[in-house]
Design a protein around this ligand. Structure first.
Ligand code: AMP
Length: 122
C-alpha cells in the first residue's frame, strides 16, 4: 500500500532527482525538476516534481512552506510558457490507492499536444 505521508527515499523519482537513474529533462530550477513520462499518454506528457521530499499532494499541502508552494506552482506555469501550450493542457496529480498513485513522490502530470480525452476512465 502506498504511503502518502511518510517519504521513502528509495522511490524512483527520488532516484531520478539524485541522478541515480536517467530521465529526459524538460525543465529545471531551484524548486522543480520536470522530465518526460516514460509511458506517455499524450504527445506532451511531462512529470513535474518538487526538489523536496513530499510523497503526495496531501503531504505537500500539510508540510510545504508558503514560499515553496508559490514557487512550485509558478514553476509549473513557467514550463507551460516555455512549451508555449497556448491551446491548453491538463494537470493531474494522483493521490494514494483510489487516486491511482504509483510513485510516492509528489508529481503533476502535464498533458498536452492534443485534446486530452475523458476526465476519468472506469
Ligand atoms: P502515478 O500513477 O500518478 O504515480 O504516475 C507515475 C508515472 O510515472 C506514470 O505515468 C509512469 O509512466 C511514470 N514513470 C514511472 N517510472 C518512470 C521513469 N523512470 N521515468 C519517467 N517516468 C516514469
Amino acid at each position: 500500500m502506498i504511503d502518502i505521508l511518510n517519504y521513502n527515499n528509495e522511490n524512483i523519482f527520488a532516484k531520478i532527482l539524485r541522478k541515480e537513474i536517467p530521465s529526459k529533462k524538460v525543465f529545471e530550477n531551484d524548486v522543480v525538476y520536470a522530465f518526460e513520462d516514460i509511458n506517455p499518454q499524450a504527445p506532451i506528457h511531462i512529470l513535474v516534481i518538487p526538489k523536496k521530499p513530499f510523497c503526495s499532494f496531501t503531504d505537500f499541502s500539510k508540510k510545504a512552506d508558503a514560499e515553496f508552494m508559490q514557487e512550485f506552482i509558478r514553476s509549473i506555469n513557467l514550463i507551460v510558457e516555455e512549451l508555449d501550450l497556448k491551446e491548453g493542457y491538463r494537470l493531474i496529480t494522483n493521490i494514494g490507492k483510489y487516486g491511482g498513485q504509483e510513485v510516492p513522490h509528489l508529481h503533476f502530470h502535464l498533458l498536452s499536444g492534443k485534446k486530452i480525452g475523458k476526465m476519468v476512465s472506469t
